[in-house]
Design a protein around this ligand. Sequence first.
Ligand SMILES: NC(=O)c1ccc[n+]([C@@H]2O[C@H](COP(=O)([O-])OP(=O)(O)OC[C@H]3O[C@@H](n4cnc5c(N)ncnc54)[C@H](O)[C@@H]3O)[C@@H](O)[C@H]2O)c1
Length: 295
Amino acid sequence: MTYEKIVVTGGAGLLGSHVVKEMATHAQITTLDIKEPEVVSQGSQNHLNVSITNYEEIKKAFTGHDAVIHLAAIPNPREADAKTTFNNNVQGAWTVLQAAEDTGIKRVIVASSDSVFGLSYNPPDWPPQFLPVDETHPIRPTEVYSLSKKITETISESFAARGNMEVLAIRPCHIIFPRGYSELEARGEDLENYHFWAWVDPKDVAQAFRLAVHTSDYNGFDIYTVAAAKGLNTKPTLELAAARWKKMPVIRRPEIYSSCATASILDTSKIRERLGFIPEVSLEELLLKAKSQKY
Ligand SMILES: NC(=O)c1ccc[n+]([C@@H]2O[C@H](COP(=O)([O-])OP(=O)(O)OC[C@H]3O[C@@H](n4cnc5c(N)ncnc54)[C@H](O)[C@@H]3O)[C@@H](O)[C@H]2O)c1
């Protein structure tokens, strides 16, 4: 099945503009957000000023569309208090999925986050249980944002199990937008980097959403981690892991680190193998982009 009329919630956000650009050559896009997009990047883009917590308005917005990309959320634990973040992200996710089901939407792709593993933002007593971390890694979110993303995945899985629509979740790691370019060096050298040096370019996250919209290889509900192949770190990943975690995690795929010493702590084999994901923005390209930008 091809999806031609797609709603992007959170379409006015930082990632949203990349996703809209990536999708607009393939589909007619409606963005939905509580703020206006800074740039309406494509002529066909229609924008609706609606909150994801407003079921009736969301239902109206979804009518006549066939797929939804759900990005709208408070995107970290620092932007709002816990109650606001939980209500917005969890109530919002349920409302989006319920309205999607009620309006006959066939596929929803939700933005989760690698924070569900519980490695970032959470208490430091939960190092990776093995490296590289993949979708089979145990999860232990303890702060509100990662918890809200875990519950979003649970809600998604529940809706997919009802059999009326397919739901796929993308777990991007730390997305580096131009505003973060000035910190790249410091982050790469920081032993305590709270994203464990993992990063991804928004263009590649947008690619992951496009692939998830178009894939025919799905299983009712599925989760895909998205990251760049190399971390921001300049020292070998396993050397940093040993220094940071004292007790070294089990290295499940040593070949990844023997072929690239600074390979990411996140394993993206699943999305590469199942959806054909190939990151376009390498670390070298990111550093060049950062260098050429005046900040
Ligand atoms: N930025 C990252 O590093 C990162 C990493 C992993 C996952 N994510 C996820 O990707 C998605 C997009 O993140 P982003 O970095 O573009 O953040 P962003 O804040 O730039 O975009 C989120 C958008 O959602 C909108 N929004 C929030 N609450 C809403 C509501 N109630 N109704 C309608 N719109 C609402 C905001 O106005 C904003 O435009 C989020 O779900 C975030 O959790 C982001």
